[in-house]
Design a protein around this ligand. Structure first.
Ligand code: HEC
Length: 461
């Protein structure tokens, strides 16, 4: 514990990163798709002397300018803010291991946004040739920014041999690198294409151009969905066996009911993502491709919603199945390196290793903040008051002793990091948990009683 902890109640810290990151992923994949769609379509329009298509593209560029340079950039900074505060240990490990990759990412993004500014303002000011070149630069750098970050994101889930070899190439080009890159590229293309159908759908029905453009976009999009399914299968096949197993069976190593329930949710969400892709692809085929005349913006919005559901469930699944790790096989979600739970005895003092402690905190609270808070709140997301309901402090203590068992002896080894702490610290944690739950119960009972009294009063009146 080398950093101060940010104490977040309610939804818990994980959701803060999750919400900002999912928003950012959606925006940036949109931007990458636009980066590819715009210059390719411009090249086609120039070759076929289609001034009408060029006019269409000019309007279309504005959307991507705002999307990438405003929303994409701001939410990207939001991610840094959130991960730095919530997972400082993991952020610092990733920064050290991938310094040059981050530097490349920032350079590539800088070129991308500058190219896009020139592309947008240059439609009437640059010669077609120069403008087209700027478009290719935008497309290349937009895709390279995806390529660059993809190595880091996939590393966190499938670090492959890196934890033993410490070879950079093993970390970066890890098992799920290629399928994930393909999935994200296809999603990007699909998002941009669907947005294009949205713009086209608002053109008058009699416009001949409308039907033609929809056909053109269909040739882009329809193959995307078939390829996406294939890439997803490839992606899943690169997961370590235990992850795949728990995903398939909805089980996390046979832990208690709570664990069972939650893993079953991930499995369902993963399935929802696959269903969303198939439905969107099929919907696209019967609407835009088979019935271009009747294609309305509402249908387009539905297709976009289908893709958004896929992106959200994909990111959720990816985040969830990494548990209990933030970097699989290397560092747990609470920032404790795996090594620190294997090489040293678990019954050593944990709080002695904490360099920062919450002000005026008890031993038990320090244990909670340092080891549990990354994944649990007391009374909100994955609440411990619910999970420990009806237990007294002795029974909580017994449960914590089970959580302290090393390796596979610990029935929770697939869902939670093992607990570190002296007997005194573990006892203090059990008392802290018990007292917090009592306090929460008291509060909610007081709330209920207050309601009752109010009812009485109204009756009296
Ligand atoms: C890496 C994330 C993570 C950390 C850190 C973590 N847990 Fe958990 N915990 C989980 C998950 C995942 C489950 C199983 C699913 C669920 O119950 O939501 C779980 C389940 C539980 C349960 C229910 C167990 C059962 O058999 O029903 C208890 C109690 C619990 N955790 C207590 C703690 C305590 C106390 C700490 C801190 C010492 C802690 N957890 C740290 C992720 C974590």
């Amino acid at each position: 514990m080398d950093y101060p902890a940010w104490i977040v109640g309610g939804v818990g810290p994980g959701w803060i990163i999750g919400l900002i990151a999912t928003f950012h992923v959606l925006i940036s994949q949109f931007a990458v798709g636009g980066g590819i769609f715009l210059p390719v379509t411009e090249a086609w329009a120039r070759k076929n002397n289609r001034d009408d298509v060029i006019e269409f593209l000019k309007k279309f560029t504005r959307f991507f300018l705002i999307l990438t340079n405003v929303l994409g950039a701001i939410s990207g900074i939001g991610i840094w803010w959130a991960i730095g505060l919530i997972s400082p240990q993991a952020s610092s490990s990733l920064l050290r291991l991938f310094s040059f990759v981050w530097a490349t990412e920032w350079m590539v993004f800088l070129v991308e946004i500058v190219a896009l500014v020139f592309y947008y303002y240059g439609w009437d000011k640059m010669s077609p040739k120069v403008h087209q070149t700027v478009g290719w630069i935008y497309a290349t750098t937009a895709w390279l920014s995806l390529f660059t970050i993809n190595g880091i994101l996939t590393f966190m889930l499938t670090p492959g041999d890196w934890p033993t070899t410490h070879n950079f190439m093993h970390a970066y080009f890890n098992n799920s690198f290629w399928p994930a890159l393909i999935i994200r590229t296809l999603v990007a293309i699909s998002l941009a294409g669907i947005y294009a159908t949205f713009v086209v759908s608002r053109m008058p029905q009699e416009n001949r151009f409308r039907k033609e453009l929809l056909a053109y976009i269909s040739t882009w999009l329809l193959p995307t969905y078939g390829l996406l399914i294939a890439a997803l299968i490839w992606y899943f096949s690169t997961f370590p066996a235990p992850i795949l197993q728990s995903l398939l069976s909805g089980l996390a190593g046979g832990v208690g009911k709570a664990a069972f329930g939650n893993m079953a949710i991930v499995s369902r969400i993963a399935l929802l993502g696959i269903v969303a892709i198939i439905t969107t692809g099929f919907g696209f085929f019967v609407s835009a491709y088979l019935n271009p005349r009747e294609f309305t913006w509402r249908k387009s919005a539905l297709l976009l919603a289908g893709m958004a559901i896929f992106v959200v469930s994909y990111e959720y699944t990816r985040e969830y199945i990494r548990k209990p790790y933030v970097i699989r096989g290397f560092m747990f979600s609470n920032g404790i390196p795996l090594k620190a739970t294997v090489d040293k005895p678990l019954n050593r003092s944990f709080t002695a290793e904490m360099r920062f402690k919450p002000k005026d905190s008890s031993l038990g609270e320090q244990m909670f903040v340092g080891q549990c808070m990354a994944c649990h709140t007391m009374n909100g997301y994955r609440s411990l008051s619910k999970r420990l309901e009806g237990r007294d402090s002795e029974s909580i203590y017994q449960l914590l002793l089970v959580m302290q068992k090393p390796g596979k002896e610990n029935p929770y080894h697939n869902v939670m990091p093992p607990l570190i702490g002296t007997d005194e610290e573990v006892k203090a944690l059990s008392v802290y948990l018990y007292d917090s739950i009592q306090a929460i119960d008291k509060k909610s009972n007081a709330g209920k009683n207050a309601d009752k009294e109010e009812v009485k009063e109204t009756k009296l009146l």
